[in-house]
Design a protein around this ligand. Sequence first.
Ligand code: CA
Length: 558
Amino acid sequence: MTLSLFPQKILETQCHVIRDTPSEKKGFFGRRNNRVILAVVAALFIAVAARAATPPPNIVYILADDLGIGDVSCYNPQSAWQTPHLDRLARGGLRFTDAHSASSLCTPARYALLTGRYAWRGRLKQGVLQGYHPPLIEAHRPTVASFLREHGYTTAVFGKWHLGLDWTRTGTQLENVDFAQPFANGPLAYGFDRFFGISASLDMPPYVWLANDRATAVPTATIADSPVPKLWRGGPIGPDFKMEDVQPRLIEKSLAFFAERAAARDAKPFFLYLPLAAPHTPILPSREFEGKTHTTSYGDFVTQVDADVGRLLAALEKHGFAKNTLIIFTSDNGFAPAADVPAHAKFNHDPSAGYRGYKSDLFEGGHRVPFIAHWPAIIKAGTTTPALVEQLDLFATCAEILNTEIAATAAEDSISFLALLRGGGATPSGPGDSPVVSPARTALVSHSAEGRFAIREGRWKLLLWPGSGGWSSPTPAPSQWLQTPRTDLATLPPFQLYDLSADPAETTNVASAHPEIVQRLGRLLRADIERGRSTPGTPQPATVGTDWPQAAWITQFP
Ligand SMILES: [Ca+2]
């Protein structure tokens, strides 16, 4: 396998230099200069050849759970705590300021990240899976992991799977599980060589460690629902399982994996997908982090995640992996209201950094997430980009890194951001920035807890719903966490249009002033749904039917 990070275009540019150089002219293009040019061209060829021989990068994808964009200090100068390791990662890499998860909830965001396809195209039209549910990813659908493994990578996932698996059942109820038997169609069926982690969120039973295709122990006890406020659901728990061990053990597994890869000497690149269960509820920082920020337990937990990123970075450096490892750090959705918004307001801390709403919502606070890419061999240190990027763009980015095509039936919504990593569209941070937005991704679709839709194109964002689509006001039910009343959505305009360049906090609905923009975006989203893909290529089967109330708006965009 060869890697071509440096495509044909570079070689063509150099050929162009040769063709355009008159060989016998005096002056600048005279013989002497010809020799200089040829020497330069030769040197460039050598450089290109050397770089083309660069082995494929290792890829470490760290996915925090429910971490708000305002919880990372390089994204929020007013943050009540500091995240020095994440800030260092950003200083050494590229920080995206307009990056999004494909959904405002865990399961659909993860489906999209791994498959390069919006989850609403499949059977999950709203909400999330629980710990006993069968697999969500369709059998035989390629994932980033299966794609990379096909191309020579060693692949591992340590963490919160939350995409379902087929337990061995003892009865007709989902919970009728024989924990002594292996399960099928977990991470190993989707391209991972190994798995260690938990089946779903850390507030969902069963509370057992899973190693590859089985539980490490049969549950011998049952824990009750946590006291109000309810931060975990009751259910069976294994004798070797402690909730507070989850974050440290996932990091230990990762460190051991790096050491093992360093010792293997098989020259195989690796892909580590590290979907953390933190700082999602239950908020359980290790003892050394308790009280560290003098703010909330959640703040302490975030600084633990930050310190763990520092440990991962240090290990990659120690093993000599750092230079040619693409590290991405991001979060699967915005800050969870369950982590207590009023408690943070007391410390003047806004986990959504001024954006509206939280996890679950169509508003930016639901899905605009921290997204830092670090790859010293390719990325210019200390850069930022305002370019639009979606987490589901990972698949196409990996394909471009490996100079490989993706089948028409895979990663239907994924667009490579490799050009941004190489510096196109990125600018040095600081005064004098003149950001160039990459033309690659011009639009993206957002999806909420209730399964409502929004579409973004450039500065414009259209919500195909009168409310938040999640737990923030306006909602048809009162919010338990945000202590806001119910709203009669029939009293509100059916659609919301925001100009994010002028109104990033989504305060003023300008839909009635711009009916032509509402129509254009509505039609664009309809086409994205009906074509079964949002990228160029062969249309794929779409799932539009009469039994999809969240897509009822389609008829208004003929
Ligand atoms: Ca989450």
